[in-house]
Design a protein around this ligand. Structure first.
Ligand SMILES: NCc1[nH]cc(CCC(=O)O)c1CC(=O)O
Length: 311
């Protein structure tokens, strides 16, 4: 920690990132009322490079493999400008560099994707705008080959506005967690005078991205005090799900642009993990559902990888 009783939380500047940083601040101050918690906004490559499709940002920015939304936050951690970096776990590469730790996650919000349309009973005819390769491929499996796609980037409110601004677009897909945290989730809503409909997609068909709905907290591996503070607010169940999902991704050798969905949740006392993985030239994904001991999430991630088979 920077000084004895001060903790600096680093966050991206988007409305969603700020809401998530506030959730972390609230959880920490509930447990440590005397702690002086400050907030520092850090601009990341992912925020700056709005001119290229998301899948290409890392390459054109010279970031070797992944983590376009977290690199600058990690630099700020190393330089001691912040003590904690708050992330959507979905944006964090599954393997951290040895200088960093992720000692805590907040309780998971809704993990599923939400379909947002202009028509109440949209049936998959027309154009879906999404920058996510995973969402495109799953949408094709779900609605069929006739579906057309457009690229879509920007933060959550912007993506809703872009749907309204493009008359030829019929639908977008967003994470329910982000919509909810911004107070934007509603079965029916009005954006710029236009009515929009939101409907959650079933996780069995639309398997969420790794870590979707989870807020993670990263700190320096050498910072024992912050590690302990964060461990105090860690949600154990969410953590088990996140570990199972991320272990699966490491085994798969996936990067953030790999079209893969993986979602773990507790059903009774068991941890259930679903995954679907698309390879080029093959329409149907490789898919798997496994369950196992909630206290052995890594073993479940590995088992899922070993059992992955053609759908
Ligand atoms: N890819 C950007 C991103 N990273 C995290 C969320 C939403 C919040 C979450 O999943 O925890 C989003 C927006 C989206 O995919 O709709």
């Amino acid at each position: 920690m920077t000084s004895k009783n001060t903790l600096i939380i680093g966050t991206r500047g988007s409305a969603l990132a700020l809401a998530q940083a506030d959730m972390v601040r609230a959880a920490l101050s509930a447990l440590h009322p005397g702690l002086d918690i400050r907030r520092e906004i850090i601009r990341t490559t992912g925020d700056r490079r709005m001119d290229v499709p998301l899948a290409d940002v890392a390459r054109v920015s010279g970031i070797v493999d992944k983590g376009i939304f977290i690199k600058e936050l990690e630099t700020a951690l190393l330089e001691g400008r912040i003590d904690v970096a708050v992330h959507s776990l979905k944006d964090v590469p599954s393997e951290l560099a040895p200088e960093f730790r992720l000692p805590a996650v907040l309780p998971r919000a809704a993990a599923e994707d939400v379909l947002i349309t202009k028509e109440p009973d949209w049936n998959g005819r027309g154009t879906l705008a999404t920058g996510s390769v995973r969402r495109r491929l799953m949408a094709r499996t779900y609605w069929g080959r006739q579906l057309r796609f457009e690229d879509l980037r920007g933060n959550v409110p912007t993506r809703l506005e872009k749907l309204v601004e493009h008359p030829e677009w019929d639908a977008v897909i967003l994470a329910k967690a982000g919509l909810e945290r911004l107070g934007l989730y509603a079965p029916e809503t009005v954006v710029q005078g236009r009515k929009l409909y939101m409907r959650p997609l079933p996780v069995e068909a639309f398997i969420p991205a790794v870590g979707q709905g989870i807020v993670g907290m990263e700190c320096r591996a050498s910072d024992r005090k912050t590690k302990e503070l964060l461990a105090g607010i860690n949600d154990v169940e969410t953590c088990a799900c996140g570990v199972a999902e991320r272990t699966f991704l490491v085994r798969l050798g996936a990067s953030c642009s790999t079209p893969v969905g993986v979602y773990a949740c507790l059903e009774g006392d068991e941890l259930v993990l679903r995954a679907a993985y698309y390879v080029p030239g093959r329409e149907e994904p490789f898919a798997v559902v496994v369950c196992g001991d909630r206290n052995a999430p890594e073993a479940l991630g590995i088992l899922a990888f070993e059992k992955l088979s053609p759908n």
